[in-house]
Design a binder for this molecule. Structure first.
Ligand code: PGA
Length: 251
């Protein structure tokens, strides 16, 4: 099965409604729709109902940057996967390093959120990756293995086919310092090997693994040319219509 290529824009806590609308409107006409290509934007939660209006007549999909793992209840400030579903989200990021580091999200929590999302028919893009200190201490493989395996432990087997992973080395996020295509491919191969061990060849060959961390027009083509890099999760460069559309065109 050919893997889906996903070019995703993580807006983080940026853009006001007018700015988001301008960005999406220029994106809608900026690239050619291709088979197997999925372009997804992740606006801040308050912009999601607007995104639905901006994007309804386009192939662009949208999703949330985070969610909680319960349907409803006393979780002040949180957002349920059920609400995301009703707002038309196709995807949700889970376990972004900013969530793991700043909000102390554990592997277990990331797993529970992933399960709650697949129950709602929303595709979780599970972010994994190591800090610079972990890479220097050569414990990055171990860390990534734990992050990936905990998702397989939490998510029911029938839904594994709906998982997407994103390798985002923390040292490359927002720093302008990209992993070289070779460094990224090494980790992507490693993640695919873990998936293969957990779930067999069919799923390992079908699950998309994106790269994120200072992806930009100048490095997108080379990153996407790697055998195991199936798309990009773009932060800073996704806020600029021209840059994000040039990244899409690099596919
Ligand atoms: P960046 O962010 O492209 O600005 O490095 C990527 C991300 O955090 O998803």
């Amino acid at each position: 099965m050919a893997r889906k290529t996903i070019i995703a824009g993580n807006w983080k806590m940026n853009l006001l409604p007018e700015e988001g609308e301008m960005l999406v409107v220029s994106l809608k006409t900026a690239f050619e729709n291709k088979k197997n290509l999925e372009v997804v934007v992740f606006p801040p939660i308050g912009l999601i109902p607007f995104a639905r209006e901006w994007i309804y007549d386009s192939v662009i999909r949208y999703g949330a940057q985070n969610c909680w793992h319960e349907v409803s209840g006393p979780y002040t400030g949180e957002t349920s996967p059920e609400l995301l579903k009703s707002l038309g989200c196709s995807y949700c990021l889970v376990g972004h390093s900013e969530r793991r580091e700043i909000f102390e999200e554990s592997n277990e929590l990331v797993g529970r959120k992933s399960q709650a999302l697949v129950e709602m028919g929303i595709i979780p893009i599970v972010c994994v990756g190591e800090s610079l200190a972990e890479r220097e201490a050569a414990i990055h493989f171990e860390k990534i293995q734990q992050q990936v395996e905990s998702v397989f432990e939490a998510v029911e087997k029938e839904s594994w086919i709906h998982l997407v992973f994103a390798y985002e080395p923390i040292w490359a996020i927002g720093t302008g310092k990209t992993a070289t295509p070779k460094q990224a491919e090494e980790i992507h191969q490693f993640i695919r090997k873990i998936i293969r061990q957990k779930s067999g060849d069919v799923l390992a060959d079908a699950i998309s693994i994106l790269y994120g961390g200072s992806a930009k027009p100048g490095n997108a083509e080379e990153l996407l040319a790697q055998d195991n890099i199936d798309g990009l999760l773009v932060g800073g460069a996704s806020l600029v219509a021209e840059d994000f559309s040039n990244i899409i065109k690099a596919y």
